[in-house]
Design a protein around this ligand. Structure first.
Ligand SMILES: [Zn+2]
Length: 483
């Protein structure tokens, strides 16, 4: 992102623009400066922040003291020039911030200016496309709403990025037309209704170590990254891409932090409602649709309101199927289905060949598999992202294992904190599940070969080294005990 160089004023970020506005007020002899400063620097959080940057003026100030602080700040950014010249030079070149026309969610206004700049960078279209995107960093940057911010930035692009840039007084972001999906215009959706729904969905996530709102944001970004790498060519309609992104947003809503086996073994209410069949996936999808059906209108969150009825019907079918397919127990069957099409038709077959018929509808098989693969993609992410997610998942599993022990139930695989080896758990998962999935995907999306498969190999090497180190440490302990 462009930063101010303090001399040319090119690409100035908004603290400097706000500073210039403040300086205007300071220099205007007819302006009641004292009143402006005492009121604005004390009460306006943005000017308070600015005053902090310019020399710690925060509370009650008088004109001279504030002016000195501001001018000192200008000296700091242009030391080879007298303060007055620096001010004149800056003012001459400064661009006035555009009037903010686009919608910005209230959560954006709650961020400080420096946070806004940071979050804007993390939500730029190009950054969001990257395979090495770190959703955990976004969650630290924006506080409690990573899913809202990330979903808004992807689904409401380029409107979201333009509104953020305008609010920061930056130039319009350079987003290439061929990359952007333009869902807002295509489906006559208001960014406000989209954000209102995203907020409802995010609030429906539990604060589990792994299956939480950050994981939902992570999977949504990963789906977007894979689509932009080329998976989107296996879809014939923008509605399918739009639906898939919303399915990613909602795919673990209400997750209790325990898995399907636990729900069934404990005869939980959920297992009874869904007859032991894809219990959690049924629940996630149903919770999302309950929000859409019962809460969306009163919360101005019905982002489907501008669609035709047939589009809403198609949304429901693809949305529910995509979430149902995140059930790990379907993994091998679904990949085999795709493999069979690939081996009979070849990767360059017309896109229609990759559609399957479910309940009388033609469904884009590759897109459904993309969501499932994104859901298991943590071990394919670069360091240190993959380690952080691994520990989160193991910790959630261990908490389930503790519950199983308490109830005298058999402890589920990878859930026994005393018996589970971290490296072994990852090596098996990568070798038998993650790597074959991405190898299959690489037949459809060639960029996967150079951009993802080498990372998976690096991570396999990492876990092999960890395993060897663990074994050496265990052997040393054994030797000590023997001697
Ligand atoms: Zn998930």
């Amino acid at each position: 992102m462009a930063q101010s160089d303090g001399v040319t004023g090119k690409g100035l970020s908004s603290p400097w623009l706000a500073g210039a506005n403040l300086i205007d007020k300071l220099l205007d002899t007819n302006h009641p400066c004292h009143k402006v400063l005492t009121e604005e620097l004390t009460d306006d959080p943005e000017h308070g922040h600015l005053a902090e940057q310019f020399g710690g003026v925060r509370k009650k100030v008088n004109f001279k003291k504030a002016a000195k602080s501001v001018l000192n700040g200008l000296k700091f950014i242009k030391t080879d020039c007298a303060a007055a010249q620096g001010l004149a030079s800056l003012k001459a070149r400064i661009r006035q911030p555009e009037e903010v026309k686009g919608y910005l969610p209230p959560e954006w206004h709650n961020l400080s200016i420096s946070r806004k700049s940071y979050v804007y960078r993390l939500l730029s279209y190009d950054v969001l496309k990257a395979w090495d995107y770190d959703s955990l960093e976004l969650s630290v940057a924006c506080g409690e709403n990573p899913l809202l911010f990330l979903g808004w930035a992807i689904i409401c692009a380029p409107h979201a990025q333009r509104a953020m840039a305008a609010s920061l007084g930056l130039e319009k972001p350079d987003i290439k037309d061929e990359d952007v999906y333009e869902f807002v215009d295509e489906f006559r959706m208001t960014p406000e209704s989209c954000c209102n729904f995203l907020r409802l969905a995010e609030n429906d996530y539990n604060p589990n170590p792994y299956h939480n709102n950050i994981h939902a944001a992570d999977v949504t970004q990963t789906v977007f990254s894979l689509l932009q790498m080329g998976a989107d060519k296996y879809s014939t309609a923008p509605l399918e891409i739009f639906t898939l992104l919303f399915a990613a947003v909602c795919h673990d809503q209400g997750h209790p932090g325990t898995n399907n086996a636990f729900e069934c073994n404990t005869r939980s209410d959920l297992s009874i409602i869904y007859n032991d069949s894809s219990v959690l996936e049924n629940m996630h999808s149903a919770r999302a649709f309950r929000l859409l059906t019962h809460q969306a209108d009163e919360s101005n969150a019905n982002f489907l309101a501008g669609m035709q009825a047939t589009q809403r019907d198609a949304f429901r079918v693809i949305f529910t199927k995509a979430i149902m397919w995140t059930d790990m127990s379907l993994h091998f069957a679904k990949l085999a289905q795709l493999k069979a099409i690939l081996s009979s038709a070849g990767p360059d077959a017309p896109v229609e060949k990759f559609y399957i018929n479910i309940e009388g509808r033609s469904i884009p098989l590759v897109l459904l598999i993309v969501l499932h693969i994104a859901d298991i993609s943590n071990p394919a992410k670069p360091s240190p992202i993959f380690v952080e997610w691994c520990d989160r998942l193991l910790n959630e599993g261990f908490a389930q294992g503790d519950k199983e022990k308490k109830r005298a139930l058999p402890v589920s695989p990878m859930c026994d904190r005393e018996a589970t080896n971290r490296s072994d758990s990852q090596l098996g998962f990568i070798k038998y599940i993650v790597r074959p999935s991405f190898v299959l995907l690489s037949d459809l999306v060639p960029r996967v070969v150079n951009e993802i498969l080498p990372i998976i190999q690096d991570n396999l090497n990492y876990w092999n080294e960890q395993k060897m180190a663990d074994e050496e440490a265990a052997a040393e302990v054994e030797e000590k005990v023997d001697s």
